[in-house]
Design a binder for this molecule. Structure first.
Ligand SMILES: O=C(O)Cc1cc(O)ccc1O
Ligand SMILES: [Fe+2]
Length: 431
């Protein structure tokens, strides 16, 4: 892969130009822009959002975005949007095997399948949880999502995200976020690709607070990478696909919409290598809550209660003394959707495989399978390193509704809850 250049620093006010002098100096909207470019403002927060939260870009582009055809409705395929009304799910704990890579030619849009969603896209709260499975690059088509920002969590295959702001290359172990409304297409660098998408209808992601941990650690701002301007000057019969208010629409477009020669602002796509996450954990006893592993959070308006937390379980040392080290048995007001990028997750040594998923909804019990309990409650508690593993969780304050595809597809593991049934009664009443 050709090495791409990036700018660094979470949410910085960047400026970048692919041609010298393309970026106006000292003002955003000059009477004439250099190279006869068009100026266009792009806002993902209200004009009046407080300064610290305000996010917008100024694009200097070959044509303004209004030069496009009229939209027509498209088949939504297996893409769904909250609120999900097509199925009524019980509070059962669910687990899924990986969705298979299709045999027929499938690009990122064709291969998007919604597993679950919550909140309301129209109400700008909640999330959509999707998997993508693809075996070809998007050709002659571009996409944007008006319903929310897109967090990419690749599990198999490297991608290049060609966006209005420039290019981002990501591979398993890295993530990327494309803000609401940014146009892009997806190139596959390998034969096939699979991954997870969290579509965030709510407040754009920010970095989690550090509290008394101090000024450093967890996800550090400087490790977030942003693209430098790169433009396509292409004419042809292209298609622009929009996800808007829960449905897909398409229009013809006679040129590449990735024609931004220069931009400045703080609402650009970004990537992050999860191995940069500076993991904190106990050095004494007990199993800390997984909020210590939060990479990105979308606040909900209630302090400390997330619309969506993106949490990872990275390689790490386990040193806790006189402690049951795996995740504890648990019931939670927050709803937990998990995936596995690689390796083994410490609560489930069987059946939760890379590319797989699980859902433990609001107040539904979950925790270590029977074998893990036996092993961990009898293990010698030497320092132990968890290697080659990366699970993650989308944790949300809103109940997560699985789609019909998730509930009725072959990849639903119908025997999941059996993993707990062999947990023994050991109580005898004697100490
Ligand atoms: O349910 C899970 O596996 C996620 C989780 C992990 C953990 O370490 C503690 C609590 C928790 O919900
Ligand atoms: Fe949990």
């Amino acid at each position: 892969m050709t090495e791409l250049n990036y700018m660094t620093g979470f949410g910085n006010e960047f400026e970048t130009e692919a041609l010298p002098g393309a970026l106006p100096i000292g003002q955003f909207s000059p009477q004439k822009v250099k190279y006869d470019l068009y100026a266009e403002q792009f806002n993902v927060t209200a004009f009046t959002a407080p300064r610290a939260e305000n996010r917008r870009n100024w694009f200097y582009r070959i044509r303004p975005s209004v030069i496009q055809g009229d939209y027509q409705a498209m088949d939504n395929g297996l893409i769904r949007t909250a609120p999900i009304t097509e199925a009524i799910a019980p509070p059962t704990m669910f687990r899924w095997s990986p969705v298979e890579i299709p045999a027929k030619p499938t690009d990122f849009i064709d291969g998007l399948k919604t597993m679950a969603a919550n909140g309301s896209a129209e109400g700008q709260a909640g999330i959509g949880i999707h998997v993508y499975v693809a075996n070809q690059s998007m050709q002659g088509r571009y996409f944007y999502n008006a319903d929310g920002e897109l967090l990419f969590v690749p599990q198999q295959g490297a991608l290049v995200l060609h966006t209005e702001c420039g290019k981002l290359a990501i591979k398993p172990g890295e993530i990327a976020v494309i803000p609401r409304g940014i146009k892009f297409n997806v190139e596959l660098l390998d034969e096939s690709a699979r991954g997870y998408i969290c579509e965030n209808y709510g407040h754009p992601y920010i970095l989690a607070e550090r509290g008394p941990v101090g000024a450093n650690g967890y996800a550090n701002d400087r490790d977030f990478q942003y693209p430098v301007a790169a433009f396509e000057d292409l004419e042809g019969n292209f298609e622009l696909v929009a996800k808007f208010n829960g449905n897909l629409f398409r229009c013809d477009i006679g040129h590449s919409p990735l024609d931004v020669v220069a931009w400045t602002g703080n609402s650009a796509p970004y990537k992050y290598d999860l191995s940069r996450f500076c993991t904190m954990n106990t050095v004494s006893f007990d199993h800390p809550d997984p909020s210590i592993f939060t990479v990105l959070t979308s606040p909900s308006g209630t302090p400390g209660v997330a619309n969506i937390d993106f949490v990872v379980f990275p390689p790490r040392w386990m040193v806790a003394e006189h402690t049951f080290r795996p995740p504890y048995y648990h019931r939670n007001i927050m709803s937990e959707f998990m995936g596995l990028i690689e390796g083994v997750y410490d609560a489930k040594e069987h059946g939760f495989v890379p590319g797989g998923m699980s859902l433990h909804n609001c107040m539904s019990p979950h925790g270590p399978e029977a074998e893990v309990f036996e092993k961990a409650s009898n293990a010698e508690l030497k320092p132990q390193r968890y290697e080659n593993t990366m699970a993650f969780m989308f944790e949300s304050r809103y109940v997560i509704s699985p789609t019909k595809f998730a509930l009725e597809g072959d990849h639903l593991q119908k025997d999941y809850t059996k993993c707990w049934q062999k947990i023994e009664k050991k109580f005898t009443g004697k100490a």
